[in-house]
Design a protein around this ligand. Structure first.
Ligand code: NAP
Length: 392
């Protein structure tokens, strides 16, 4: 029996993780959950599994939850609550399903406590991957990727042929605007950008998939997780999202990972690794799909992807600056303060103009502080330019 902690249990990843656990009551026990705004959903999850530890963001949320719960759970609050949840003595696997840089805090402390971290939160690995890997090495923690492409690579690289691997190939669905003429990008609204063709996900990653910066973040994630040079990582467009990643070997052989586009699969794999669970999902029927398509990425059409590739080449702290700026810009786009096109414009401007004095090193707070500074810088940039009536 494995004791599971789910950080961000009310989101898309968290909800899928709950479904996985529900299927295997004799293998997994949930001992901790966390949420921010969806308190009623957290209450129901807590009651269903009689979860002993629940974490929320504020004291007010804790008071409400306490008043509604029918069993005696311990309610933890704020960042300290996330740290406590991540380090519960009984915890075996900590799934980081929070969106945003906040995920870095529980990921860091879980690894510091020597836990297995099932890592969905890509913001933390992109911004502070070296820190997370080092803390894992020092304390015996382990990172199992949950992002579907990286779970696929993790599985492909387990084969005996690792020494022959020449190239990692990530697939990208291309998002909802793959076939759009860039001249029409001015017509893109948050509602249109939130309609992903193949995946149901939270708002940040859905917008990131529409700009394709998500694939850029994934290139950085793959580089850090698997220690591969940037030149050996490629992206191709594959609109069906059935092939999640491929590895090319020295002799030209390509190994591919195929599955239904359903996050329960990589989540289940990360929770149970190295064993596999038999989930009650439909199996992938290739004859029903008929054909799988692949095409080259149009780097000009999706400038966010090009910018992410550039920061991957530059190395730390530029990936953090890009990621933090994007976090601020996705919020601004969803609040209709900037247009879709302006996301790449302001990222580039932030990368060019933000001044940092020292790289963060071995210290969680310096990463979080720099991230906050970049977010503030980008928000002020938007305000300044909008005040002058500027549009890109
Ligand atoms: N969704 C996917 O298929 C997918 C695939 C690959 C990777 N990922 C990565 O997984 C992470 C989660 O994605 P998602 O799509 O599941 O996001 P989501 O649906 O927006 O869910 C985010 C979760 O984090 C909680 N949360 C957000 N901000 C918080 C904060 N400041 N403090 C505490 N809790 C907070 C939310 O709580 P409330 O809802 O209660 O406010 C919710 O439970 C992201 O890093 C994403 O890039 C997701």
């Amino acid at each position: 029996m494995k004791n599971i902690v789910i950080i961000g249990s009310t989101g898309s990843i968290g909800t899928s993780a709950i479904e996985v656990v529900k299927e295997f009551p004799d293998k997994f026990r949930i001992i901790g959950l966390s949420a921010k705004t969806q308190l009623e959903k957290l209450r129901v999850q807590g009651e269903t599994f009689r979860v002993p530890f629940l974490a929320v963001e504020t004291k007010e949320s804790a008071v409400w939850l306490r008043s509604q719960l029918s069993y005696p759970a311990e309610i933890l609050v704020g960042d300290e609550g996330l740290v406590e949840l991540a380090q519960l003595k009984e915890g075996d696997v900590v799934l980081i399903g929070i969106a945003g840089i906040k995920g870095l805090i529980p990921a860091y402390y879980a690894l510091k406590a020597g836990k297995r971290v099932a890592l969905a939160n890509k913001e933390s690995i992109v911004s502070a991957g070296e820190l997370l890997k080092e803390i894992a090495r020092e304390h015996g923690g382990e990172i199992i990727p949950v992002d579907s492409e990286h779970s696929a690579l993790f599985q492909l690289l387990r084969c005996d042929e690792k020494k022959y691997v020449k190239k990692l190939i990530l697939t990208a669905s291309g998002g909802p605007f793959l076939t759009w003429d860039p001249k029409d990008f001015d017509k893109i609204t948050p509602d249109l950008a939130l309609k992903h063709p193949t995946w149901q996900m939270g708002p940040r990653i859905t917008i990131d998939s529409a700009t394709l910066i998500n694939k850029g973040l994934e290139i950085i994630e793959a580089k850090i997780l698997f220690d591969f040079p940037l030149e050996a990582i490629e992206v191709i467009i594959h609109p069906q999202s059935v092939v999640h990643s491929l590895v090319e070997l020295e002799d030209g052989t390509i190994l591919a990972h195929l599955s239904l586009p359903d996050m329960r699969l990589p989540i289940s794999y990360a929770l149970n690794y190295p064993e596999r669970n038999t989930l009650s999902l439909n199996t992938l029927d290739l004859t029903a799909i008929g054909s799988l398509n692949f095409q080259k990425v149009d780097w000009e059409k999706f400038p966010c992807l090009r910018l992410a590739y550039e920061v991957a080449r530059l190395g730390p702290p530029y990936p953090l600056i890009l990621e933090a700026s994007d976090e601020a810009l996705v919020e601004a786009f969803l609040e209709r303060k900037i247009s879709f096109r302006e996301i790449s414009y302001y990222i580039e401007k932030t990368l060019n103009e933000f001044k940092f004095f020292t790289k963060p090193e071995k210290d969680l707070n310096s990463y979080l502080t720099l991230h906050q500074e970049v977010k503030t810088f980008t928000k002020q940039l938007i305000e300044r330019e909008k005040l002058c009536g500027f549009t890109s």
